[in-house]
Design a binder for this molecule. Structure first.
Ligand code: ZN
Length: 335
């Protein structure tokens, strides 16, 4: 069985619609009353949105359901599906722990509870029958205050057993006025020895070259080869790869067709910049990793040779591979 590495997947978008719907029905959630038939729910859940900001509202919906007590259920299902149906052997799962804390708590208590969120996810991801290596990336968020984002960086550095890096997520229209803060947070993360990625150059709103020097990898970054190819040599020099998530661009209206990505792959290859292929939100899109590969091949965006290069790059740019410890369940007794 071929094993793949996935570097860009959000916990909030990782639940496939049928599992999410069944969960809502069992728990008599208002959404299940609105969509008593599964097909209508799937249509609502997976339909394209008008913008990245609208698209991210679906994350908010899932985050509210993925509270601390429900996380083991969702994470164990995610690990099982990724291993069995996607042949994923290494997965970096990203999320904003603050958004899964109890909103009834005070601010300091919510910040303190973030540690429990990360630990619960880390423990729930160790499923002996499905031994993929899962590490978390903690996402700073453009809607959260500086102090909360800084607390997430501290938390990431204090839990290397579970966390392999930090990211910046949320609506990119909000980056502009706070760019100095994010530079500061990335510098701080790197001073603690953390690996970094960030959602930048995903849409025309999110083109912030000031952030690029602080990133090990670039979350999406498709607008660099498409609109700012002059930046590609800097990426090659810093050995930064792009984390491309093909289906996302159709769901957010960023691209009209997957064939628009042909230029991205061609320009990156010419400039010596590596590209990895990821799902972003496999559940929300209802498109698993092997389908992302297959869609690019059948629509003639890349050929098999390029696909292999991208699949190898995913392991090479992974933040915790091959140094990641195997899950405890795989170690011989006594260790
Ligand atoms: Zn993303």
């Amino acid at each position: 069985m071929a094993l793949y590495a996935e570097l860009h997947r959000h916990l909030g978008g990782s639940v496939v619609p049928r599992i999410f719907w069944r969960y809502l029905v069992r728990n008599e959630h208002p959404l299940a009353e609105r969509y008593p038939e599964y097909e209508a729910f799937e249509e609502f859940f997976t339909r394209p949105r008008a913008s990245l900001t609208k698209y991210l509202e679906m994350h908010t919906l899932v985050e509210q359901v993925q509270s601390l007590e429900n996380l083991p259920y969702f994470v164990s299902k995610l690990v099982r599906g990724a291993y069995v149906f996607e042949s994923i052997g290494y997965l970096e799962l990203r999320h904003t722990p603050y958004l899964r804390t109890d909103p009834a708590l005070s601010e300091p208590d919510r910040i303190a509870q973030m540690r429990e969120v990360v630990e619960v996810i880390g423990v729930s991801a160790r499923v002996p029958d499905y031994p993929l290596v899962l590490r978390q990336i903690l996402c700073m968020h453009s809607r959260l205050p500086y102090e909360t984002n800084r607390a997430m960086v501290d938390l990431a550095a204090s839990l290397p057993e579970y966390v392999c890096g930090v990211d910046l997520a949320g609506p990119d229209a909000l980056y502009e006025e706070r760019i100095g803060e994010f530079v500061d947070l990335y510098q701080y993360a790197r001073s603690l020895g953390l690996r970094t990625t960030g959602h930048v150059f995903e849409t025309a709103n999110g083109c912030h070259p000031e952030l690029l020097p602080y990133l090990d990898r670039i979350g999406h970054g498709i607008q660099i080869p498409l609109r700012h190819p002059e930046l590609l040599p800097q990426l090659a020099e810093r050995d930064q790869c792009l984390e491309i998530c093909p289906t996302t661009y159709l769901k957010t209206g960023t691209l009209q067709s997957l064939s628009d990505l042909r230029l991205v792959f061609e320009r990156c290859r010419a400039a010596g910049v590596s590209v990895t292929i990821n799902t972003d939100n496999a559940g929300l899109h209802n498109v698993r990793l092997p389908w992302e590969y297959e869609n690019l091949l059948t629509q003639d965006v890349i050929d098999f040779g390029q696909l292999r290069v991208c699949q190898d790059a995913a392991f090479r740019y992974a933040f915790a591979w091959p140094h990641a410890l195997p899950p405890r369940a795989m170690l011989p007794t006594g260790q």
